[in-house]
Design a protein around this ligand. Sequence first.
Ligand code: TTP
Ligand code: MG
Length: 389
Amino acid sequence: MERIILHIDMDAFFASVEQRDHEEYRGKPVIVGGLGPRGVVSTASYEARKFGVHSAQAMAIARRRCPGAVFLHPDHARYSAVSRQIFSILSRFSPVIEKLSIDEGFLDLTGMERLMDSPRAYGEAIKRAVREETGLTASVGVAPNKFLAKLASDMEKPDGLVVIRPEDAERVLAPLPVSRIFGVGKKTEERLASLGLKTIGQLAVADRQKLARALGDRMAAQLLSLAHGLDDRSVEPTRAVQSIGREETFNEDIRSREEAERVLLSLSEEVGWRLRREGLAARTVTLKLRFASFDTYTRQQTFPEPVSYDEDIFAAAQSLFRAFPLPPGQGIRLLGVTAGNLSAGGEISLFDDHEKKDRLYDAIDKLKGKFGENVLTRAALTKPKEEQG
Ligand code: TTP
Ligand code: MG
């Protein structure tokens, strides 16, 4: 059966929310991201993009390219709330929704043709509902599969609506560079170029044997079908995340409590960051400890209110750790921090008590000072060993 898949992606999401909420920023270049010396751009409004500013760029470069912009620190809680509102609007149009990120998702509209005149009418209705209820613009692509729908939503950004009909797919794809196919990274792109294949159209008529020799059978088959506009992946309704956790196994067992706390800090920071990114808050924090003997323990703390700040997560992990008697002569082999009992979160800090908060920050800064500022980097460099949820 012919499917109807819709992909929606908000335009300059964080920056658009800021412009919506602050009239004085409208029509101006707005750059959202880390504002410190090592900050990175989260996103830039379309006005700022004209100056060559874009996501993941060093903020220092963005400042140079667009010194007159409004620079803002991201307010994840607010963006998450808007994101929830958007997905709840989408859920009125189809029960089959796959959330890809805070501002982007797929809807399967197959079988709902009877309710609307055409796929385009669906796209228009969804864009209108989002605009009227959130004051924000989205770009939408409608196509017979995920690959084409995502491509389509990107073709007329911002505020775009592009429908790719099955019979038009190959014609639309033909002039595009092969890098527009997901899974084609720099390396594959280079290999394809060495075979003289630069566009998707060229790839579509390439010799299958030759392609398989260069890329392997599976990759060749996959690329060929995508180049013909075929993709049978289904929209997988996103299931609710049960918990968000990070753990680290050490090359050498940890023997000092202070070093263990430094690791707990970096794990807590990463868990907190991911919670806020998902717009979630946690009622419980679980500490996991594994010793050289492989004996493994977990200890859990429950909060009166859901939390999503690093400091709350770390404070819990730290107090659980401090209360745990370390077996004599045994190094720590693994440490883990998991946030559980999740709910959609506003950001609440347990530290309304400022004195307590100051003391905690003293401790955090000491740990950072002692072991260098790259607490976060170290955790980020170590790939997740295990992820619950
Ligand atoms: P995107 O949808 O990739 O970007 P965007 O919505 O800002 O712009 P557009 O879709 O119109 O091209 O990402 C959504 C949000 O995610 C973005 O507003 C900010 C955040 N984000 C980051 O924090 N870092 C990043 O590197 C990227 C790509 C996005
Ligand atoms: Mg977007």
